[in-house]
Design a protein around this ligand. Sequence first.
Ligand code: ATP
Length: 487
Amino acid sequence: MARDSVTTLGSTIALKPIYTVGTVGDGTEELRRPTRNLARSVSTTEEERPRVTMEEITALAKRRGFIFQSSEIYGGIGGFFDYGPLGAVLKRNVKDAWWREMVELRDDVVAFDSSIIMHPRTWEASGHVAAFHDKLVDCRNCKHRFRADHLPSLEKCPDCGMSGTLTEPRNFNLMMKTAIGPMEDTSSQAYLRPETAQGIFVNFKNIYQSARKKPPFGIAQIGKSFRNEITPGNFTFRVREFEQAELEFFVPQDGNDLAWFEQWVSARKQWYSDYGVRAERLRFYELTPEERPFYAKAGIDVEYLFPWGWGELESIAHRGTYDLDRHIEYSGKDLQFFDEATKQKYTPILIESSAGMDRTTLTMLVDAYQREAVVEGEKQSERTVLRFHPKIAPVQVGVFPLARNKPELVERARAIESALRPRFRTQYDEGNVGQLYRRQDEIGTPFCIMVDYDSLGDATVTVRDRDSMLQDRVAQSALADYLAERL
Ligand code: ATP
């Protein structure tokens, strides 16, 4: 029965079904939506656009150890990247922040971790075998390859400029194939999953029964996915191996499904805002009925304004009962929910949030990046600073001695760093003071502690704030509390 409001997490949400129901068709439809022309769909002002080029981001990422090209010594491999010492921590922090809000702080979401390779029937049921493709176009002259939906026209090659050299678009399935066992015949063919969600759907019954959950409840997982993208690019934005964080939230058929959808849109908005992503560079684009799959009642693309234009970070969708229905049909197994209380059986409605962790990590890097003029007395210089949110910053506190050739300063700085290490992500470093600050600014460390000669006498240290560059003198004994309050 439809209600006027729903109470969730202690707050009441008014039910305003602003989304219209899409036309219902049958069979499998294209899973891959053509890319909307994001650059032209909404005008952006220069103010909003990040003042950094992707070349600068790529160079910084390599120089400071955030992201490297995969297999670089062999010339690299298109669409694959490695996360360096700082990048690995940055990405882990992004994933942890997602996991914290989406799983740990909720009593209605359970954790899950499924295998990358699944029974091939999974991908027939999901529609990926029949319909997960892009349209591919080749230029007969320059031999370059394009996604048809990325081209302004099929008349002329955008690279060599020749007319009439582009082939007819043909379908190219994006799933990566592999073989199981020693015989590479058709019976051994399997796929690397192109999304993590299907692992959740096929386990729906195992999970709700073992976790003793009933709708409304969700299942979350973070894991690797693979897509044989025709044109990987924009650094780690479009890659062939990436991580997804997916929440599949199952709700009863009681008329509150759209309210749940809206609740998840708000929760995701809050998440981006809590972790400091600039609101003016983020938008929640509402898909039109034509842009949604026929079974979806509502859909939102979360998009960030990258230096090249808008790019999708996440999709939030009301997927109806489509996914479970398809697995019920293909497996012949009963995946419906049986409500012990009412003795009723039904297929729950699914609300999905699917976010790319590599794209979110890239967003954090781009969004945090700032180049600014610094005036110190008579001196004018420039600095690059990454203004990471403290929870996301790979290093939270840098500690250094004023001089590296003074054992008593080094010893004191090392002791402070190791005392703080259990509570914060710390890093000890030594060298030229100006360069140390510059380096820590460039990797986005919110606080730096300098141990000088006075520290040896009065047990106080200098704490420098990354953003304001202001310095405080803080008692060594009060350091942990000082930092905890600010981080
Ligand atoms: P796009 O239109 O950009 O190809 P999509 O609509 O196919 O993306 P979904 O299938 O909705 O993407 O996947 C959910 C999320 O997974 C995306 O919002 C994105 O963050 C991430 N993702 C998908 N494909 C890639 C990729 N090739 N590289 C990195 N992340 C990806």
